[in-house]
Design a protein around this ligand. Structure first.
Ligand SMILES: [Zn+2]
Ligand SMILES: [Zn+2]
Length: 573
């Protein structure tokens, strides 16, 4: 018998291409879905990429793993629904739109008009859709691209509204005035899981300033004592209204050529060397109530200065670095804000939405806070209140999208009370089989153990509008809207092509049911991570449609994404 060897292809790529071609001709993916239609479901969720950015090489490995697992279960005869998803809202899209339009920041967006801006966002969300689809096809990643879920589609938004209203009715949403991480360039607060994605090593000033003790009338202390206070944010010193010491730490007076300084005993050597002359010792609690001179007078004292410029005791104070005496600016830091409320320290906030000192501020009016550091240090020096200035390298949070350093400021935001579910979240996490296991136990587990309430609202434009209307006479009169039909009951028939986005949604208002006021929509949009986290419901337009599909596809058997998603999508899911 005469046998011939098969002709070898020239390259492996040729084999791949021929295989892909055959799959396409046979429409093999759909055939495999149809063949397994009655099989036991294996539930997979596709984490939605943002298609206004190009896919990268790192996406190949993730998609290969996803495909491998789904394909395996499919070959075993199980139904593996693999709906593609697109994340289309939020800062990533807005920042691209700003670049495209050649504008930057909220004032320029509002000058252009929110309608035009959002149209640009909408037009740009699928810029690289074809590249994503091509990449997936080329690497043999099977995904149902013919029926994707898209987070800006009205149906998707309606499902998100439904979830939000469910939360609200369970009393899990609240408006808080809290210190939140804030991006001055984007003009919005960020949530803790976004902050967790943007830590960078940076060099900042390490400032130790002098706070002179005074008596109740404001006269200098006869003993000439002063506190040494450490901070890495000189721009918050004009807003200082308190000093905190630890109640149980030992503090001492140190005599030096220039005065008599109060610091934690354990910090003396680091600050003054081994030969320092130490006298009187106190427990921190004995220093409580001492008054001191305001370090910088660049903005007027508040009308009611309460207990301003007083020493208070707080357990969060540590003497591991600095002086053991903590500078408190309740308008900014989170601990400062809480302590300020407790002790009646006033809030002084001379910073505008763009992170600049307001024009009326002496010396540094109009300057971006981080640019004002050296002028502020010089001012302290000229007032003989500068003890030491150096540099410190530390890990500091930056905006995950635009890389600006974040500022901590007290603002009104809407929160979801996730911390009430900390135990449930942890218990559920224990049920999840993580590969590798330590990612779940350590990285994700630690994240959940430290869970704080989710700052849900964004002061931005292109996103799912927060479905809450607030009375203009009494801000405690609230109405949450959980569906389009609920909205139309209040405002009349909605147009055929109803678009739930800003600015159109902002035009709907109605009389308050509790008083003579008018209900107007709160201007915020929802954190984009809430959108993608809502996909188990919203990909089916649940509960308005497809209840059966939802029931068979919840919860997931398998998800797989990059490590960064442990604090992103895995959390919001
Ligand atoms: Zn930013
Ligand atoms: Zn009202």
């Amino acid at each position: 018998m005469n046998m011939s060897y098969p002709e070898l292809p020239d390259t492996l790529i040729q084999i791949e291409k021929e295989t892909l071609k055959r799959w396409k001709e046979e429409d093999l993916f759909r055939q495999s879905l149809a063949a397994n239609a009655g099989g036991e479901p294996f539930v997979f969720y596709e984490g939605p990429p943002t298609a206004n950015g190009r896919p990268g090489l790192h996406h190949v490995i993730g998609r290969t793993i996803k495909d491998l697992v789904c394909r395996f279960h499919s070959m075993e005869g199980r139904t593996v629904t693999r709906i593609a998803g697109w994340d289309t809202h939020g800062l990533p899209v807005e920042i691209e739109a700003e670049k495209k339009l050649g504008i930057s920041g909220k004032p320029e967006i509002e000058e252009l008009g929110i309608a035009d801006f959002n149209q640009t966002c909408k037009d740009s969300v699928f810029t690289y859709k074809e590249e994503w689809e091509e990449l997936s096809e080329r690497i043999g990643y099977w995904l149902e691209y013919w029926r994707p879920y898209v987070t800006f589609h009205p149906d998707y938004i309606e499902s998100v509204w439904w979830i939000v209203k469910e939360f609200a009715e369970k009393g899990l949403l609240y408006r808080g005035h809290k210190s939140v991480p804030y991006c001055p360039r984007c003009g919005t607060a960020l949530s803790s899981h976004e902050v967790a994605q943007g830590y960078k090593e940076v060099e900042d000033p390490s400032l130790t300033f002098i706070a002179r003790v005074v008596n109740d009338q404001g006269d200098p202390d006869p003993a000439g004592r002063a506190f040494l206070v450490w901070t890495t944010t000189p721009w918050t010193v004009p807003s200082n209204t308190g000093l905190a010491v630890h109640p149980d730490l030992t503090y001492v007076e140190v005599l030096s050529d220039n005065g008599c300084y109060i610091v934690a005993e354990s910090r003396v050597e680091a600050l003054f060397g081994e030969t320092a002359t130490v006298r009187t010792k106190w427990k921190g609690v004995e220093l409580a109530g001492l008054r001191y001179e305001r370090p910088l007078n660049l903005v007027p004292d508040p009308v009611d200065s309460g207990n301003g410029w007083t020493v208070v005791v707080e357990d969060f104070v540590s003497a591991e670095e600095g002086t053991g005496v903590v500078h408190m600016a309740p308008a900014f830091g989170a601990d400062d804000y809480a302590a300020g409320q407790k002790h009646g320290l006033p809030m002084i906030n001379p910073i505008d939405d763009a992170g600049c000192f307001i024009d009326s501020t002496a010396l540094v009016g109009g300057q971006f806070v981080k640019d004002a550091d050296s002028a502020l240090v010089d001012e302290l020096r000229s007032k003989e209140k500068l003890f030491d200035i150096g540099r410190v390298t530390h890990s500091y949070p930056h905006c995950w999208r635009c890389a600006s350093p974040l500022l901590y400021v007290a603002r009104d935001s809407w929160f979801a009370a996730t911390s009430r579910f900390r135990e449930t979240l942890l218990a559920n996490n224990d049920q999840v089989k993580w590969y590798p296991a330590e990612v779940g136990e350590n990285r994700f587990g630690e994240w959940l153990r430290g869970n704080v309430d989710w700052a849900l609202s964004r002061d931005r434009y292109w996103g799912t509008p927060l479905p809450v209307w607030v009375c203009d006479e009494d801000r405690d009169h609230l109405q949450w809207i959980g569906s389009f039909s609920e909205l139309s009951e209040l405002v009349g028939k909605l147009p055929e092509d109803f678009d739930p986005h800003r600015p159109f949604i902002d035009d709907y208002s109605w009389p308050c049911a509790e008083c003579a006021g008018t209900m107007r929509r709160a201007p915020e949009v929802i954190d984009v991570w809430f959108d993608s986290g809502a996909m188990p419901f919203a990909q089916w337009h649940y509960p308005f449609d497809n209840s059966d599909e939802f029931d068979t596809h919840f919860p997931a058997d398998f998800i797989s994404e990059g490590l960064d998603q442990t604090r992103g999508w895995f959390y919001s899911l």
